[in-house]
Design a protein around this ligand. Sequence first.
Ligand code: BTN
Length: 321
Amino acid sequence: MKTKLVQLLVENQGKYSSGEALSQSLGVSRTAVWKQIDILKKNGYQIDSAPKKGYKLIKRPNGIQEYDLDLFLQTKRFGQKVTYHASVPTTQSVAHKLAENGASEGHVVLADEQTSGRGRLGRSWHSAFGTSISMSLILRPLLEPQQIPQLTLVAAVALTRAIEKVTKLEVDIKWPNDILINGKKIVGILTEMHSEPGLAKVVILGIGINVNQSALELTQDDRNQATSLSIEAGMEINRAKLVAQILYELEWLYDLYVENGFSELKVMWEARSISIRKRLKAQTINGTIIGTSKGISPEGALLIEDDAGVEHLLYSADIDQ
Ligand code: BTN
């Protein structure tokens, strides 16, 4: 009930919600609503209670709205414009629409919950209310469409740096762009673009992070393969601080990449990757390859030598390792 109550208050932020309306939406008594509000206040929520009007959320702890980010933001462009939604089908579609309407590079879309989050390779992505980070960053790089996979690797480097700085945890990159702690997934990255011949016009960089979910909150399917930063760190993580650090690392690494090319970023990616010089199994659209990874090519493709000594360059695949 607590999460649902917070969600209703956030969706109606700045306005009063009557005790009666809240009790009906939650299917509990008005006294139960009042008791929960009291608990929220004791936990740092600023909620105005007014007779006859109801409850109005002023500010909550660990939020990811513009004013939460402002406390930590150290960037010049990334995150200077923020579009926030309490709940949205997917931040990717919101960002695509904003970009179509001329939104500038660095504009970021954040949501506390996604109801139809998208993952790589047509999969879905689950983002629970209030405990995860779902963000989509609008980029307008002067790059060719075939360079965009490199940009995803740049994002993976930025994310590992940001997570390590904020949580002090050690994280690994699994090619192409999964971020893992002790073999369990913590971050997913999805890059989508609108291109024209020779130019990747708009790139929407989607990032999903398991931040403060408890083991119980991770969906049944995910529990064995995924974890959250708070489970690993043993403490609650400040989401706004993490988002701000991600935007900071992304901004400087993206600028470095656009100006100087991929070579410096390739070295940084390889230093954090667990996908090189390893035996692994790659599922590709053309079948399964088992062999040893030799590293990544200058374009960011994974080079695997199979057991017959044949080399394969993979641009897209699912890796078991
Ligand atoms: C993956 O499959 O690993 C990529 C997952 C990407 C999820 C993020 S959450 C924010 C953005 N909105 C989405 O619908 N997907 C991306």
